[in-house]
Design a protein. Structure first.
Ligand code: HEC
Length: 481
């Protein structure tokens, strides 16, 4: 009797929680943004097939944006190479799925400090600098998306925590999947082919979050990533050599396991330190070395057929002109870094002299669960890096605290303290503006083109005037690095 009573109470609670939730429908000729304006937390916006030429901002929590596909016709967000972004969200609990997104200049889907997100089943073509770009988010899923033609990273997880990236297909981009200054990431079952570099895990210096650790790169297929680098010259990813299957740069505790890596003309896997890109300034608060990298049981063959000049020169010291399956470069080669590889002799390698054999070549999920080993060192037992409960939602208040969140969620996507990314370094901006926060705030509302060798900055007029001033103050106060 007790239990049925409990059930009745639970059922009641459930229905009353969703009772207020509504579904709004958008059809060709209407605006998705208008529907978002009328939506409340918990609501779903259903978008029917048609061309939608707009930028959609979502700053409310718990909104689901779902495309409806009919007879193979998708709802298509189209930027005509005029608009910067298709979807920008700062709300928590945001879901987006089943959209085709084409021809934007900035991003297809960018998260700006929103937690607990889900980005699934989208088809994204040539949306400019980034495709799917959650910046400064916690607890998110990026699954079953297809992305091509992106000039920086197709899937770019920036300064985020507890993210799963599964089953996506990325091709014809500069970088396929990039995990940057992020912790607790699972990258599993993706296909990365014909990019300049397939999968990258690294630290960009000069960002507010200084570390990158605990990533599992598992069961991906990484093939023929030989596309010439077409990134904006001078940007960080313009340093990725064509023919790179995987690049681990300065990140720690990365497990690379059960992947198939073949046909990448420079190298299958490159593990290296911050000074890999010699023209990029360092960051005294970031450890430049990659520590405790485990390369276990990958199928690798036919990599290194036509390496870039630097790698060819290295290999000549081993009397080979072919690039390696695995290259440990700069400080990555040192024994004190604690890295290991299984079946070292199965691969053509360079610089792995001091690496140890990984202790157990194969850890089955069952014995991993039974053993007392902490889950992070027995990767096959780890089903997800997402949290079992939602992360606390981020609240963005109009004050110095909120400004820090906005800075990390938006501005740090393109500006670092001392390194050129998409935008100029903050130190250069500070030299220009001194402490004139009002002038800086005016610029970001309606940026005009200033530097011939940079793109135009997207306007930040979706932030209130008061918030723009707070963010301007915050940017001008940054130091260190
Ligand atoms: C999508 C990338 C991007 C984002 C996001 C971005 N910026 Fe920029 N920013 C740029 C680029 C590119 C330039 C250089 C534009 C030019 O010189 O024409 C720039 C230039 C600037 C400048 C220099 C203006 C001048 O007078 O020379 C300031 C200040 C600035 N950004 C502030 C910000 C702030 C604050 C934010 C966050 C609210 C932000 N930016 C977000 C790309 C971005």
């Amino acid at each position: 009797m007790n239990s049925s009573l409990k059930f009745a109470t639970l059922a009641f609670a459930f229905f009353s929680a969703v009772a207020g939730a509504k579904t709004l429908e958008v059809r060709a000729g209407e605006s998705i943004q208008d529907a978002i304006k009328g939506a409340s937390p918990g609501d779903t916006v259903l978008v029917h097939p048609g061309i939608y030429e707009e930028t959609v901002y979502i700053d409310k929590d718990d909104i689901t944006l779902r495309g409806v596909i009919e007879d193979g016709e998708w709802p298509n967000l189209e930027g005509n190479k005029q608009l910067n972004d298709a979807i920008l969200y700062s709300g928590n609990g945001f879901s987006v799925e089943w959209f085709k997104i084409t021809n934007y200049k900035g991003n297809a889907i960018m998260g700006q400090a929103g937690n607990n997100f889900s980005i699934r089943n989208n088809w994204i073509i040539d949306t400019g600098v980034y495709g799917i770009f959650p910046e400064f988010g916690e607890n998110g899923l990026i699954e079953n998306n297809v992305l091509s033609g992106i000039e920086d990273a197709a899937i770019y997880v920036g300064m985020s925590d507890h993210i799963d990236v599964r089953n996506n297909r990325v091709f014809d981009n500069v970088a396929g999947i990039e995990i940057e200054n992020s912790r607790h990431a699972l990258v599993e079952g993706n296909i990365a082919h014909n990019n300049t570099g397939g999968i990258l895990v690294f630290i960009t210096p000069g960002l507010p979050i200084k570390t990158s650790y605990d990533a599992i790169i598992r069961r991906n297929t990484i093939i023929n990533n030989n596309t010439p680098n077409f990134a904006i010259p001078g940007s960080l990813v313009s340093n990725i050599p064509a023919g790179t299957g995987m690049l681990i740069l300065a990140s720690d505790d990365v497990i690379i396991e059960d992947n198939i890596i073949t046909g990448n003309n420079t190298a299958g896997i490159i593990v290296t330190s911050q000074d890999f890109a010699t023209d990029v300034a360092g960051d005294s608060e970031s450890d430049p070395n990659p520590d405790r990298i485990q390369i276990r049981d990958n199928v690798m063959y036919d990599n290194g057929n036509d390496p870039v000049t630097d790698v060819k020169a290295l290999m000549l010291t081993q009397f080979s002109t072919k690039g390696p399956d695995i290259l440990a470069y700069k400080s990555a080669a040192d024994a004190e870094r604690g890295s290991c590889v299984s079946q070292k002799t199965a691969y053509r390698t360079f610089g792995l002299g001091d690496w140890t054999e990984c202790d157990r070549a194969t850890v089955r999920a069952a014995d991993a669960v039974a053993s007392a080993t902490p889950p992070d060192s027995t990767s096959r037992a780890v089903a997800s890096k997402m949290l079992s409960e939602p992360a606390a939602p981020r609240l963005i208040t109009v004050d110095a605290n909120g400004a820090e969140l906005v800075y990390q969620g938006i501005c740090a996507g393109c500006h670092t303290l001392n390194v050129r990314m998409i935008g100029p370094p903050v130190l250069a901006i500070q030299a220009q503006y001194g402490d004139d926060a009002e002038a800086l705030a005016r610029y970001i509302a309606t940026p005009e083109k200033k530097r011939p060798d940079f793109p135009t900055m997207p306007p930040q007029d979706h932030l209130s005037e008061a918030m723009r001033i707070e963010v301007a103050r915050y940017m001008l106060s940054l130091s260190g690095g």
